[in-house]
Design a protein around this ligand. Sequence first.
Ligand code: TTP
Ligand code: MG
Length: 393
Amino acid sequence: MEIQRYIVHVDMDAFFAAVEQRDRPAIRNAPVVIGADPKAGRGRGVVSTCNYAARRFGIHSAMPISRAYQLCPAAVFLPPDMEKYSRESESIFDILYGFTPLVEPVGIDEAFLDISGSVHLFGSAHKACAMIKKRIKESTGLTASVGLAPTKMAAKIASDLCKPDGFLAVTQEGLLDFLWPLPVEKIWGLGKRSQEILNGFGITTIGHLAKRNARDLEDIFGKNGAYFRELAWGRDCREVEALQDAKSISNEMTFEKDTRDREMIKTALLSLSERISCRLRRKHIKARTITVKIRVTGFQTFTRAASLNKATNFSDQIYTQAVDLFDRFDAQNKKIRLIGVKVSQFCDAQIRDSIFVDTKDEKKERIHCAIDLLKDKFGPDCIRRAARLGSEY
Ligand code: TTP
Ligand code: MG
């Protein structure tokens, strides 16, 4: 008999904006935008996030701040306070680790938990989710949205659909009824390009995708075709990867349009390196081997790896090595579709370097990493963002 899996996805609502609203009662009912200084509409830079009141004006993350100002000049515009959000994030993760050690941090405000083995401690999976929300609210004053499902993909979609302050549970029996009416782009890892191609074949929902035969889809996507179809059938056996168990940490990005633009690729590598270095630091580990994954137009995928003399969790070292590996790769003039960075060969940062730990440096690096999330070219969505800049002006 298959054991029922209970995967939980937790994502804080309008995270940076919610923290600022909590701390400033005067702006509790106002539209709030966190990001660059709008300078009365002439500011450069982007929106980091905004609260739901501001979203009603059409404002969203990664939008140019000048555009956000045009849409709602009366909104409260605030600069981000990354140190505060990092502290907040740490207390939220402390709460999550109280439910299970199987926590996979995804971003500063987001995580997967596998509570399959600990459900009995809480009475039921539903009760565990309600407790997660309650404890976060009580301890931080902030709301989280929580998705519960038998797979990671469904849990993530569920938390997204019930925002803000929601809880949505999907059962094993209800999984296909839940997935099939959803637009096909909700499939995890399916980039904008793939979505367009699928739409061109009349596949607009996950249900459409499930009903196509695997061979047709392989003709379109190669191996990935069969994989996407599996996901559409709710077969997603990816485990929650608690960082202490992981042998490697990786992150990748699909470009909206295949590209040869080295600056754009470097920007992506920087953003990926920073996210990875954050995850390493959160677990107090360092890595020695850096691998770059490069997928060219047509889904051909290559990897290039190198080992450093000394293990690191600093983003600049990971980034420099990643760029070097990329530069030495001969793409034979093909465009790049996807770029990824992986680090492996871990060691414990504290044991290894305890005498040399430079706390000033560590603090600087942590803040630096978080601040870069906000920057247009360094942010987590820098590629989508660049494209949006084009269409919004
Ligand atoms: P998200 O969870 O994507 O967004 P959010 O928490 O603000 O809103 P939602 O309720 O939709 O989850 O990102 C978490 C934080 O990361 C967000 O508060 C600000 C930061 N961030 C950026 O700095 N730039 C970005 O482009 C995005 C998407 C997020
Ligand atoms: Mg969030």
